[in-house]
Design a protein around this ligand. Structure first.
Ligand SMILES: [Zn+2]
Ligand SMILES: [Zn+2]
Length: 277
């Protein structure tokens, strides 16, 4: 094994119901986008800010077809022809999108949990997530002994999610709402039921319980994502998750930094070290 220290870097470009996107890179000109729920222009501007060229993006992995995850996708495919990977269900749903052109099919690739996949040295794995979309997935990317995972838009925690996230050195995990704020809030009943349902979105408390369950000292960075504008507050999400984590692992802060992903701008770019170093 080489003893040259090779790290990955990671950040989110946007997070929440108005758009989600995150990026992982190896510092050697290879990067991967997960979701592109903001406009193509905002994605490209964000890439510029991060000194990443569009050609450096070796693939776009799409968790599911909801607009807040694919808003800029058609234009990105049209302009830059970056390969797109998603489950068959998600791909089929994307083809029904207005603005879809049949020529895009050439760069769209089916990806499912039976695929162990290598893209520019990144080993990509996926796991099923319960959400009201065609065939939603969470993803993990492993390179240079570093594992980064993205898991957002899920109503309940499943064994498959726990397994998918286990061993991560950095991860994006949804902390969508505070259950009390949602209950007393002004959302109509059917929407409250959808969010609270098994295929809806995860609460701060359940997100914290999930993180506490799979936590170990190799997790360096956690980004809480997809916070509801209406039924959550960044400080509340952070404190709730930290409380759950602290109850199980009193010393977690010695190893792990937790932040809330910024809604409308790039979050802090973090360097993730290999636990093999
Ligand atoms: Zn969704
Ligand atoms: Zn979403």
């Amino acid at each position: 094994m080489s003893n040259i220290e090779k790290n990955l870097w990671f950040t989110t470009l946007a997070s929440g119901s108005s758009g989600n996107s995150s990026i992982v890179g190896d510092g050697e000109g290879n990067s991967i986008l997960v979701d592109c729920g903001i406009s193509c222009k905002r994605i490209v501007d964000s890439l510029n800010e991060l000194s990443v060229a569009a050609e450096d993006i070796k693939g776009i992995f799409i968790t599911h077809e909801h607009t807040d995850h694919i808003n800029g996708l058609m234009m990105l495919m049209k302009k830059y022809k970056i390969p797109v990977f998603a489950s068959l269900g998600t791909l089929l749903a994307i083809t029904k999108n207005k603005g879809f052109d049949n020529s895009y099919k050439k760069i769209m690739h089916k990806f499912d949990s039976s695929c162990k996949f290598d893209l520019s040295g990144f080993e990509v794995n996926c796991f099923n997530i319960p959400h009201d979309a065609a065939e939603p997935l969470g993803f993990s990317f492993i390179k240079n002994g570093v594992k980064v995972s993205v898991c957002t838009d899920f109503g309940i925690v499943t064994d498959e999610i726990e397994e998918g996230l286990r061993g991560s050195n950095a991860m994006v995990v949804e902390a969508n709402h505070d259950e009390r704020l949602l209950e007393v809030g002004r959302y109509p009943f059917h929407l409250k039921r959808r969010i609270l349902g098994d295929k809806g979105h995860i609460s701060n408390e359940n997100s914290g319980k999930l993180i506490a369950k799979i936590w170990n000292e190799n997790i360096q960075h956690i980004f809480l994502s997809h916070l509801s504008d209406e039924n959550n507050m960044p400080e509340l999400a952070l404190e709730t998750v930290k409380y759950e984590l602290f109850m199980k692992h009193k010393n977690y802060e010695d190893y792990t930094k937790i932040v809330v992903a910024n809604r409308n701008k790039i979050s802090e770019k973090v360097i993730i070290k290999s636990s093999m170093n």
